[in-house]
Design a binder for this molecule. Structure first.
Ligand SMILES: Cc1cc2nc3c(=O)[nH]c(=O)nc-3n(C[C@H](O)[C@H](O)[C@H](O)COP(=O)(O)OP(=O)(O)OC[C@H]3O[C@@H](n4cnc5c(N)ncnc54)[C@H](O)[C@@H]3O)c2cc1C
Length: 442
């Protein structure tokens, strides 16, 4: 496989101390053995692949899902669990400039539909996912950011048709949001969940609906075969009429070659505290269970979970070695201590990292693979794949069946991702980008 990061980033070490692994075991997903046939083969069993598999299997289509490790091994089993709006790093203004205002509104509709897709799935499948938080709260890390957020609050109504709540600085303590911020705006859409419980629920539901799901089955090549494709693994192969690539940040530049340089994996890192006492929460003045992020470009995301553990995440390192991981672990703890000084003594036994995925145009993609009739892919959710990955899976399930998606499918999601410059060395582009973001955040 042609991965562009150090091999260790694709191994077990980054999730050795992942908190979610304490709450959900991987389960038994036997490897593909021998040669089989299916209607649709799906590569990758995260939110994207599992959502596509579920919707296809429910439509009566024969589906085979192959994952190199096990379902939800990738980002879907190690993220912050924010089911929130997003999916693009491009701003709505940039989207409007490129695709026109009506497509910007369509994109906002898709964002909202994506968040609601997760809610509907959780309800319909009756999943216990430790759900909490009424929407998402953005906290200003500078007074000027609050002024900007307050002025832009009207856009939330315009874009999503919901009423935001503006929380001025003097009301933050009362709201249980005391972390040295300068005001906040809450968008009422979205909620937080345990991502592994959600992904496990999707996997079980897809399997119950008839999908064959195989772990330990890394796809090594995809070749044309009798008007369809044959996907090879170490211990077998699947002949499929159609296939879906759902590997996001864990993609390979040769699977298929069209993917080369169209995605850029970047790391995100998380720490989780031990459960805190009521006294400890009160001492900091943080008693809210809202999922939150700050107004930085290189943002922090954090939420107090139902068992009073604090989850705190931010960007990861620019490379993945023992030293860079140790440095990021130190940095994330230092940022946590600066935001929540009353919790300096609170241990954070859980640290992990994983890949989010960006595209050159800073937009997500869900659609056909040009030049490969019957091949489809969805990726590049820019750190918001709980909703956008689940949603893209539903879009691909429709496209694979030759249907026009019943839900919003705006031009920004249909726009074929361009290749990054520098090919397999494209990671080098991140250093100046991070530097620029860090300067903006001062
Ligand atoms: C630390 C962290 C925090 C995050 N926080 C949030 C958050 O709070 N909210 C949010 O919305 N998003 C968050 N994200 C992003 C989100 O997790 C991802 O966008 C989403 O999980 C992507 O889902 P996916 O199914 O497309 O890919 P993944 O879940 O990454 O799954 C890809 C799968 O493909 C498999 N695979 C790769 N190559 C092959 C191959 N050749 N053959 C077979 N299988 C293969 C891998 O084993 C993997 O299981 C976070 C990500 C990280 C890393």
């Amino acid at each position: 496989m042609k991965h562009i990061w150090e091999p260790a980033a694709y191994g077990p070490e980054p999730i050795r101390d992942c908190w979610w692994a304490d709450t959900v075991t991987p389960g038994d997903w036997p490897a593909l053995e021998g040669d089989t046939t299916t209607d649709v083969a799906i590569v990758g069993a995260g939110f994207t692949g599992l959502s596509a598999a579920l919707h296809l299997a429910e439509a009566g289509i024969n589906v085979t899902v192959l994952d190199a490790q096990h379902p939800f091994w990738g980002a879907s089993g190690r993220n912050g669990g924010f089911n929130c709006l997003g999916g693009a790093k491009a701003s709505h203004d940039e989207i409007a400039k490129k695709f026109g205002k009506s497509e910007m509104y369509e994109y906002a509709k898709a964002e909202r539909a994506a968040v609601e897709t997760v809610g509907h799935l959780v309800d319909r499948l009756d999943l216990d996912v430790d759900r909490h938080s009424d929407g998402e709260t953005m906290l200003a890390h500078r007074p000027k950011d609050f002024e900007h957020m307050r002025k832009r609050a009207g856009h939330i109504k315009e874009l999503y048709g919901v009423e935001p709540t503006v929380i001025p600085p003097e009301e933050l303590t009362q709201a249980g949001l005391n972390g040295g911020f300068h005001g906040a705006v809450t968008n009422p859409l979205g909620f937080a969940l345990n991502p592994r419980k959600y992904a496990r629920g999707l996997a079980h539901a897809a399997r119950d609906a008839g999908a064959a799901i195989h772990g330990h089955s890394a796809v090594t090549s995809i070749e044309p075969d009798q008007g369809g494709y044959r996907l090879h693994t170490a211990s077998g192969s699947v002949r499929a009429k159609k296939f879906i690539i759902a590997t996001n940040g864990y993609s390979s530049d040769n699977l298929p070659p069209w993917m080369a340089a169209r995605y850029l994996p970047t790391q995100s890192s998380v720490i989780v505290t031990r459960p805190m006492t009521q006294e400890e929460l009160t001492a900091q003045g943080w008693t809210s269970y809202q999922m939150c992020f700050d107004s930085r470009h290189l943002l922090h995301y954090f939420r107090l979970m139902p068992d009073n553990r604090m989850l705190f995440g931010m960007r990861g390192g620019l490379s993945h070695t023992e030293n860079t991981e140790a440095a990021i672990k130190k940095k994330i703890r230092a940022d946590f201590d600066a935001m929540f000084p009353a919790w300096r003594h609170v241990e954070t036994p859980h640290y992990w990292s994983g890949f989010v995925c960006i595209s050159r145009d800073l937009l997500p993609y869900a659609g056909p693979i040009p030049g490969m009739e019957g091949g489809f892919a969805a990726f590049a959710y820019h750190g918001n794949g709980v909703s956008m990955g689940s949603y893209s899976g539903t879009i691909l399930a429709d496209l694979v069946q030759g249907k026009t998606p019943a839900t919003p499918y705006p031009a920004p999601m249909r726009h074929t991702p361009r290749r990054f410059p520098l090919g397999r060395f494209r990671r080098l582009l991140m250093r100046p980008a991070y530097l620029q973001y860090a300067l903006h955040d001062l």
